[in-house]
Design a binder for this molecule. Sequence first.
Ligand code: KIV
Length: 276
Amino acid sequence: MYTHLEQRGMPEPPVNISTLRKMKRAGEPIACLTAYDASYAALVDAARTDLVLVGDSLGMVIQGHDTTVPVTVDDIIYHSRVVARGLHRAFLVADMPFMSYTEPAQALDNAVRLMQEGGAMMVKLEGGDGQIEIVEHLARHDIPVCAHLGLKPQSVHKIGGFKVQGREPDQVEEMRQSAERLQNAGADLVLLECIPNEAGRLIRDALEVPVIGIGAGPDVDGQILVLYDILDITQGRTPRFVRNFQAECTSPLAAVTSYVRAVKDRSYPATEHCFS
Ligand code: KIV
């Protein structure tokens, strides 16, 4: 009865939440990427990416906005549904967009839509202590949650730009405590964006759940990047933590495979991709 979840016609079982926990315990880096359509999803899956995020970064890289703020729940559902069709092995996470989780009941309705209509296996939301009640409510309904801390792009207009977070010891301590509270509230995964290496290490060590970083240094349980950044499709200035994997490769599949290998052998991120 349960074999379809384990096999889906593949020679090995797809990645699930237990796989990710086991990888953390075994010290095996988790390789993650964003994807927005079925063709790239299939390619990223073939390269053995463990986790694929339908991120609200699609507002910038697909829709051409300057921020992620205009992205809607319907946008994420559309992209998640098409990405799900391209995946066989990777674990699929979908972002909850700006203002889609202001109240527990609204958050639950939207998370259910992302899972039922979008095929997501987990939802990601940005926030610290202000989201504890929401995470508890989702967890109580068995919705797997990833909590996103550090730089929160949906708050860009409040922060005043895309800036490194947690440079002061009291900010790091606050972030560590929030991460622990979110874990205790039921978060199954934590994503840290744009923070110094030391902060990434401290939070990774404090948590039992896997901690994925984007610009959070090498000492976290896994790495994620925006697919179009590693393929050098993104125009203009890219963040310090981005490495262009396409430069040394002859095809997008080779570039993504090279990224996965670099995460697994810990050659990415290198010092030049990190904040101190
Ligand atoms: O939307 C996104 O792409 C993200 C990044 C952290 C990967 O949230």
